[in-house]
Write a protein that binds this ligand. Structure first.
Ligand SMILES: *Cc1c(COP(=O)(O)O)cnc(C)c1O
Length: 361
């Protein structure tokens, strides 16, 4: 069943329905959507069915639709890259859909056939290939989503689901080079707790994090650094990215123990850094250890990792009215090397020894 090939109907835009392409110099992030989207539906009798590539457009849902009430919703974030050879590449797409199936199972949604959905995604991106940007560093962002669409206001797992993928051209994250961030170490709100949904990419996590992010922004910070939900002591993530430190030449990231999102960029950084040699650790790291290392000059670097920015260097950390600078507020050599190598693999500028790149045609 789960290996099934989806029977996909393709309904292309008419010439009049096709939209003008935005100016590649002013793409921003997530404002423009391409001409087509992929949709499919699930119910108990038919399983996944009605798979379609169709013109991008609105859905009609009744006010009783379950997702509006109890937030049964999950998503993914990935990108397509146009290489110098003009080929278009996806990056570890099967890993994203495997993670999405794990998110689905955590909130009682049905699993989908991930290989078939990768094929559907390739068809979608190929159809909209002229939307994959050509300007340096710009990409096509891909947003797969699954929501509960049964009309019912009783709380339980829904009996009907809608899965869709939309795509949007996005600008280079660092058009003028790295801009290290100022981070507020959050000790009032928490993002996730053991036994909760922190390791699933479920919409609820983001709704719960917006207030802390807004308060930090109002105080002049770019993002919050999340501490563990029990002791508010161990570092977990930074904003919607995984976090890394370099202390005494050891590259450190917190271990995946249920409350941290298992980032694909995080995994790529771990594999890449291990292949270079040197000490790489997945271990718990307390905020006291980080602040003490910063004060004694042993904290060499820190950065966030995620699909959107790839690597996001941290220039400053503020914890309980105490601020430390990292590497004089500049991006460090480890962040720079990881960024350069990952981008070179993603854009097809260098060999791909790990087999991460997937050409779409
Ligand atoms: C998506 C996400 C990440 C990064 O995952 P990638 O697969 O690297 O994009 C990290 N933390 C959170 C909370 C996320 O939602």
């Amino acid at each position: 069943m789960l290996k099934q090939e989806l029977d996909i109907t393709v309904n292309k835009c008419t010439a009049e329905q096709c939209k003008p392409k935005p100016d590649e110099e002013h793409l921003g992030f997530g404002q423009y959507f391409t001409d087509h989207m992929f949709t499919m539906r699930w119910n108990k009798d038919k399983g996944w069915h009605s798979a379609r590539i169709e013109p991008y457009g609105p859905f009609t849902l009744t006010p009783a639709t379950l997702v509006f009430h109890y937030g049964q919703a999950i998503f993914e974030g990935m990108k397509a890259y146009r290489g110098a050879d003009d080929r278009i590449y996806l990056y570890r797409p099967l890993d994203n859909f495997e993670r999405m199936n794990r998110s689905a199972s955590r909130i009682c949604m049905p699993p989908f056939p991930k290989e078939s959905v990768v094929n559907a995604l390739k068809s979608l991106v190929y159809l909209d290939r002229d939307w994959v940007p050509r300007s340096a560093g710009a990409t096509l962002y891909i947003r797969p989503v699954m929501i509960a669409v049964e009309p019912n206001v009783g709380l339980r797992a829904a009996l009907d689901y809608l899965f869709f993928i939309i795509t949007c051209p996005v600008g280079a994250y660092y058009p003028e080079g790295f801009k290290p961030t100022k981070i507020y170490v959050e000790d009032k709100y928490v993002r996730a707790v053991p036994g909760g949904v922190g390791e699933a990419k479920t919409a609820a996590n983001y709704a719960a994090s917006v207030l802390a992010q807004k308060e930090a922004k109002d105080k002049g910070f770019s993002e919050v650094l999340w501490l563990d939900g029990v002791e508010r002591r161990f570092v977990e993530e930074v904003g919607t990215s995984n976090i890394f430190f370099v202390i005494d030449n050891e590259l450190i990231t917190p271990p995946l123990q249920g409350s941290i999102l298992p980032g694909i960029t995080r995994d790529s950084v771990l594999q890449l850094a291990k292949s270079w040699g040197g000490k790489v650790s997945e271990r718990s790291v307390s905020i006291e250890e980080v602040m003490a290392a910063a004060e004694s000059g042993r904290l060499q670097e820190s950065f966030g990792t995620g699909t959107a920015a790839v690597i996001s260097p941290i220039g400053e950390l503020t914890y309980q009215d105490h601020t430390v600078q990292i590497n004089h507020g500049e991006a460090g050599p480890m962040a720079q090397r990881l960024y350069d190598e990952l981008q070179a693999i993603q854009f097809g500028r260098q060999d791909d020894p790990f087999g991460w790149r997937v050409p779409i045609a």
